[in-house]
Design a protein around this ligand. Sequence first.
Ligand code: ATP
Ligand code: MG
Length: 561
Amino acid sequence: MTEASDNSPAHFIRNRIRQELESGKHERVVTRFPPEPNGYLHLGHAKSIVLNFAMADEFGGETNLRFDDTNPIREEQRYVDAIREDVAWLGYAWAHECFASDYFPTLYAYALHLIDHGLAYVDSQDGDMIRAQRGTLTEPGQPSPFRDRSPAENRDLFERMRGGEFADGAHVLRARIDMAAPNINLRDPVLYRIRHQKHPRTGDEWCIYPSYDFAHGQSDAIEGITHSLCTLEFEDHRPLYDWLIEHLPVPSKPQQIEFARLNLDFTVLSKRRLMRLVDEGYVDGWDDPRMPTFAGIRRRGFTPRSIRSFCTEIGVTKSESIIPFGALERNLRDDLNERAPRRLAVLEPLKIVLTNFPEDETEWFEVANHPQKPEMGTRKVPMTREAFIERGDFMEEPPKKFFRLKPGGEVRLRNAFIIRCDEVVRNGAGEVTELRCSFDPESRSGQPGSERKVKGTVHWVSAEHAVAAEVRLYDRLFSIPHPAGDKARDFVEFLNPESLKVIGNARLEPGLENAEPGEHYQFERTGYFVADPDSTPDRPVLNRAVTLRDTWAKLEKQLRG
Ligand code: ATP
Ligand code: MG
């Protein structure tokens, strides 16, 4: 359903799957994306989504969307809805929508199976005690005094746990593996906890809930997942994952494969930290365009295609790295360069008066919507006696290499004609308020004899036709590359105070007042913009998605040293 990923680098997961299919170990590939519905998705999740769907797509398999909803305390329906929307927005269609909670009866039966085989027991100590007995990396753990309860006694207690007889924390169910195992995850891990808590989907049906480790692998097996792709922090859990699959009557044997998570500079990718930015008001909500959440990047103007190509390009490895935010922006630029119609917009307007242009007349210039794509058509752009240019495109005392407008100098108004600045008008405070210019009728763009060249070209809008708009210029959310890297400092100390600059009085080419939220444009010479959901015909609001060039590359180099 997505375009062939021709920029896909080879990586160990792809190679391994290919080999397994060739050797006949698997006949098909089934993957899953398993979010916990306890927060909104961010760019880190995008990496996992793209990897899971790409592996199934490439090898003719399928991918499930599985909500890992085993912890009812922080899970909410609104997150389920948002996650669905986000995965679909990225361009993927899942084969089955699954919920770990749908497997609660099966998981419960699996727990009884372990009990009956002497492989699980009810421990009646509290959490602190169990933790204290776990041992360390250098010391073995201590067996619980309840470790040798008989299967019959364990079954009775576990059934009564499920029946609601006990308070939270009174008992837990633990696997009976090896308290001296070098891997701490194998020291009789907890499989079930008592939690008298209403679940968003199962309501009051259950008062015991499976642990992540007990639910995850078994859910994979129930769904026939062949490759359970997850991030490196679960590497140490794999022996437990395998132990459970081996000792339970599961319908299939999935394998867990770990890869390094995505880290991006100048931002944070963790639900917990993102939640703080929202809760403490550092940003304007989950969809603030500076946030790396799906809601945020979508509003900022990132496209699904740019995110997919970014995730493909960065590849998949087992070693942690930090990807420059600029790499993400480059993918957006590449996408929008192809697709975004060009428009003229002046962000900081300076008025010019064309003294030899007739009053009350409008000249319409036919302008291509995309310089390399005639199929994108043309539009008519009006010119009048008064127009606006960018304040920064005029300098009274310019340095040598300044090729834009200066007193007595000439510049081409893009797609129109050449003008000369004859006079600078100032207000009482000495500020330049207007330039009186004359235009050269012989220099009209596209006309025979208009070849006369001047060094500079600037953009403009007719003063009479211009649409006043709000333009929001977004920049990096943090001012240092690794805001969460300094354990002694709170990451919010490094928020970039200039991450949002609002321009209240930009002037746009007419027509843009009807830009629909989500529509992209390139404002010539200025950047790529997207209409914000706040935008209305009376008050258009456009967000800068990305600049035309990477202005951070140089700075980042300096910061990296
Ligand atoms: P967070 O670390 O932000 O709290 P999480 O890992 O707890 O996120 P889950 O809902 O459990 O969030 O994640 C769903 C899937 O997305 C998991 O398979 C997880 O490994 C993957 N994932 C989460 N963050 C990243 C990341 N930064 N890079 C790649 N994959 C990620
Ligand atoms: Mg998680």
